[in-house]
Design a protein around this ligand. Structure first.
Ligand SMILES: NC(=O)C1=CN([C@@H]2O[C@H](COP(=O)(O)OP(=O)(O)OC[C@H]3O[C@@H](n4cnc5c(N)ncnc54)[C@H](OP(=O)(O)O)[C@@H]3O)[C@@H](O)[C@H]2O)C=CC1
Ligand SMILES: O=C(CO)[C@H](O)[C@H](O)COP(=O)(O)O
Ligand SMILES: [Zn+2]
Length: 343
């Protein structure tokens, strides 16, 4: 069959590529028709060209988007009935390692970072790269399941690498990732307090489930946290990480999730003096998707909360609609932009 792939070729410019795929290809593959795709900050760095000249030259042309759900249209083994709603896993490992997780293996391929993402008519995925979703899940929320797996993964890593005192957590970042991370922390550690630190009052007002919110220029000097999560990224990362260092108890752990295009300066003297553990966390693997779907089943109310993150919903029927969705996303200050994929 001929598949249409919508690739970014240069900033703000997409081209349609036609790829021939055999349906007899391999029994291990399933064919998914994407239904709802969601735009990540990483996609915007490619779309706008802020990802840096070298990375742009190396990775383009490629189809963007690594957050998305779809429906099974063809399973050569007949294990999944057609129409089953699934979330797609963008990380594609090429080897196994008993120590290093699939999303940290340098050999793994990550969709929309050098390999075609989900902006295609049909996505051909290895059987283990899809996870069925709970029934009746809001597809506009499920569209950004991948972003939820980022927090699931970072919290699982934090759990393994940090000390056991968890009276309170500080989450820096009043956007998508900060919202998701603080909500999952509240669910996983019901006895712990979660404080959120951000820049904008109306965004912080959405964090109704936490124990306190603070504007970053009004943090009480005596406020101390056991552990911190940085969910800011970009230029704001530096200030956020250094504030966490200032407000963390000795031997706390700092989980860094925000992506910065340029290296940031951090107060290493205090990292040493306080004996802080710094944990970097990037992307996620199949197991994190399975755990995230389990979390949705265990705490269905989190899906209601995540509904607050649904920002722009754009129907996409043409390449021009794709451009409009990316442009709308750039001008919206709260939430995720979801594309209803009707192209
Ligand atoms: N590690 C990983 O695998 C992943 C990382 N990311 C990265 O995480 C980062 C956040 O993504 P996302 O939540 O979607 O982005 P958002 O823009 O929704 O969230 C970032 C928020 O942080 C606020 N902010 C800026 N500076 C500070 C500061 N010093 N302290 C506290 N808050 C601050 C921003 O406010 P304002 O907009 O007003 O500046 C914004 O509200 C990005 O860099 C993204 O690329 C995303 C997915 C996966
Ligand atoms: O968003 C992400 C995962 O969900 C990652 O931050 C993203 O994959 C980083 O990749 P790149 O190097 O292409 O910016
Ligand atoms: Zn992402």
């Amino acid at each position: 069959m001929i598949n249409q792939v919508y690739r970014l070729v240069s900033p703000r410019q997409f081209e349609v590529t036609y790829k021939d795929r055999s349906l007899k290809h391999d029994e291990d593959f399933v064919v998914i028709r994407p239904t709802h795709l969601s735009i990540c900050a990483a996609d915007q760095r490619y779309y706008t060209g802020t990802r840096g000249v070298e990375a742009m030259a190396k990775k383009l042309p490629m189809a963007l988007v690594h957050e998305g759900i779809g429906k099974v249209v063809y399973d050569p083994k007949g294990e999944l009935s057609s129409g089953t709603q699934v979330v797609m896993v963008p990380n594609t490992p090429t080897e196994q390692d008993e120590v290093i997780a699939e999303n940290y293996l340098r050999s793994s391929k990550f969709r929309s970072s050098g390999y075609d993402g989900f902006m295609q008519d049909y996505v051909f995925l290895s059987r283990d790269r899809i996870v069925p979703l709970p029934e009746n899940v809001n597809p506009r929320v499920a569209a950004f399941t991948e972003l939820i797996t980022i927090s699931t993964h970072a919290i699982a890593r934090f759990e393994r690498k940090s000390h056991s005192r968890r009276s309170n957590f500080g989450v820096w970042g009043d956007g998508n990732l900060g919202f998701i991370t603080s909500l999952i922390l509240k669910k996983k550690y019901p006895g712990s307090k979660v404080f959120v630190f951000g820049k904008t009052e109306y965004k912080l007002d959405n964090f109704t489930f936490v124990d306190g919110v603070y504007q970053i220029d009004k943090i009480p000097e005596n406020l101390l946290i056991d552990h911190g999560f940085e969910c800011v990224g970009g230029q704001g990362s530096q200030l956020a990480i250094n504030q966490i260092i200032d407000h963390i108890h000795p031997e706390g752990a700092i989980s860094i999730l925000g992506v910065s295009e340029y290296p940031v300066e951090i107060n290493t003297r205090m990292v040493l003096e306080k004996g802080i553990t710094v944990i970097g966390s990037s992307r996620s693997g199949r197991e994190d998707f399975v755990q995230t779907v389990e979390l949705m089943k265990q705490f269905p109310d989190i899906l209601e909360y995540f509904g607050i993150l649904v920002g722009q919903v754009c129907e996409v029927k043409t390449v021009q609609d794709i451009i409009q969705a990316f442009e709308k996303d750039l001008t919206s200050s709260w939430g995720k932009t979801v594309m209803e994929w009707h192209i």
